[in-house]
Design a protein around this ligand. Structure first.
Ligand code: ADP
Length: 486
């Protein structure tokens, strides 16, 4: 409608370099689609490798000065941006729904979640602390200080287009790093809108540079290998994360990686089944399952498995599916046609190997990239969805009877982002939480992400943590000054 056009129209469509909005080299453009209709919303500038260089020139040129700004000044910019995001929540949510597909209610939630990273790091900017200590033998003093790591590259995914931006940009600003940010090609508009807001909030020119591109590899690789770059922070697939980690080895960059997951969701026979179903709905259906935290493998005790599967299928089957802008819609489309094809392939594979259908969903013909929720039971261990991220509204259920056995099965994956554990027995709940090989555990909860808590994975789910008191550490270096006493 008219409001949609106005909201899309208000976003600057250029590359944001050195505080100016510019066309890409040769006027190259990247088309942005509405995944609910397949129609083109608008085009934005599509950065070339040369544009990438200009962005790094701007960021690196500003580093020395920006690293010296008073922490309070950096804090206030973040706080101003936090306020602006909240004030413009409605428009920013609509923009996100249009480019990414998630229902408006979820997009509104993400804008607030994204804003909270700015507030959290506004608070942290003035609390980056060092220490001054006597050596154990008393003969010298240790002065330990924290300094900005330096110019940073940020690469973000399409599934949380605003929150993944603020989660990286927030601590980078707080710590005093300058940046080149590259959003996913499917969802550049949220990041461009964020850049405009940070500009309005008082961020000096050149501190943040934004370069959407359809050519990520050729644009980013030279920047990763450029001597002026000191850090890379990436959220996306494990496959791309590994490529970037290899490229980062050239300069031994400081690296933060938030990669894929394969979350187990364990329901013991002593669980509160209402809470388990509620938790499963959040862990599986938030963002239509397009989240690295999405429950990927359900392990349910044999005594409660049928009841759990029936109730989950009822709830998932009752969700209203449609374009995210429509009233009452609870699940939107998947991000693109490739996503629908991948989910379909994994479901077909599981069925061919003997999985039983509890809720029969599947792709919806016609406009947009819709996939109806699906619940499978008795999913055999060799099904591909046991090892691959589904990234869609499909819940595969298997049963267990023994605690040691389910812990071993839950941990038998190369990934380790999050595990969900449902039990009312406090001893068991804590015991199993400790044994989970994952950076995060949802205990009787299907959603635990919070800007004030440390988020990140073990094994091939990543390196480093975002948010929490530790989040700023990714953007500072520690310097030790040794001082003999005279
Ligand atoms: P997904 O499969 O969910 O799109 P990706 O890991 O492919 O996840 O994408 C996450 C981000 O990484 C996006 O911004 C994408 O453009 C970027 N990306 C993909 N390939 C490369 C690459 N070779 N170098 C740098 N960035 C990349």
């Amino acid at each position: 409608g008219e409001r949609e056009g106005a909201v899309v129209g208000a976003v600057p469509k250029g590359l944001f370099i050195g505080g100016e909005w510019r066309d890409a080299e040769g006027g190259r453009e990247l088309k942005v689609e509405d995944p609910a209709t397949g129609e083109v919303l608008c085009a934005v500038a599509d950065a070339s490798p040369k544009d990438g260089q200009l962005a790094l020139d701007a960021a690196a040129g500003r580093q020395a000065e920006w690293g010296q700004t008073p922490p309070r000044a950096r804090s206030e910019i973040l706080y101003n941006a936090f306020e602006l995001l909240k004030q413009r929540q409605e428009d920013l949510a609509l923009l996100m729904t249009l480019e990414m597909g998630k229902p408006l209610a979820e997009a509104r939630g993400e804008i607030l979640y994204a804003a909270e990273f700015l507030r959290w790091f506004a608070e942290e900017a003035v609390r980056i602390q060092g220490s001054y200590l006597p050596s154990p033998d008393g003969k010298s003093r240790f002065l330990v200080m924290k300094q900005p790591v330096g110019t940073t590259l940020l690469i973000t995914p399409w599934n949380f287009p605003m929150a993944m931006g603020t989660r990286k940009i927030g601590p980078a600003i707080a710590a005093g790093c300058t940046m080149v940010a590259k959003p996913a090609p499917q969802t550049p508009l949220s990041m461009l809108a964020l850049a405009a807001i940070l500009d309005e909030a008082g961020l000096p020119k050149g501190v943040l540079n934004v370069i959407p591109t359809s050519d990520a590899g050729p644009v980013m690789e030279p920047l990763i290998k450029d001597r002026r770059t000191r850090k890379l922070s990436f959220t996306g697939s494990t496959a791309v994360g590994k490529i970037l980690l290899t490229q980062s080895s050239e300069q031994v960059l400081k690296v933060s990686l938030e990669l894929g997951g394969n979350a187990p969701f364990i329901v013991f026979d002593d669980a509160d089944l209402d809470r388990a179903v509620e938790g499963a709905m959040l862990a599986k259906m938030r963002n239509v399952g397009e989240a690295c935290t999405a429950a990927n493998r359900f392990f349910v005790h044999a005594d409660v498995a049928d009841a759990f599967a029936t109730r989950l299928a009822e709830r998932m089957g009752a969700l209203k599916i449609g374009r995210g802008t429509e009233d009452g819609v609870e699940i939107g489309p998947l991000v693109d046609a490739a996503a629908v094809a991948k989910v379909s392939t994994l479901v077909d594979d599981a069925r061919q190997r003997g999985a039983r259908t509890v809720l029969d969903g599947g792709p919806i013909d016609g406009k947009g990239h819709f996939y109806q929720p699906t619940v499978l039971a008795d999913v055999p261990p060799d099904a591909r969805m046991g090892t691959e991220e589904i990234f869609g509204p499909v819940a595969p259920i298997t049963t267990f009877t023994d605690e040691d056995d389910v812990v071993a099965r839950a941990n038998s994956t190369d990934f380790g982002l999050i595990s969900y554990v449902f039990s009312q027995d406090i001893d068991r709940a804590l015991r199993v939480a400790e044994r989970m090989e994952s950076g995060l555990v949802g205990l009787n909860s299907g959603l635990i992400s919070n800007p004030a808590a440390p988020f990140g994975g073990v094994k091939q789910s990543g390196l480093g943590r975002e948010g929490g008191l530790i989040g700023i550490d990714e953007f500072v270096e520690t310097k030790y000054v040794g001082i003999p006493v005279r």
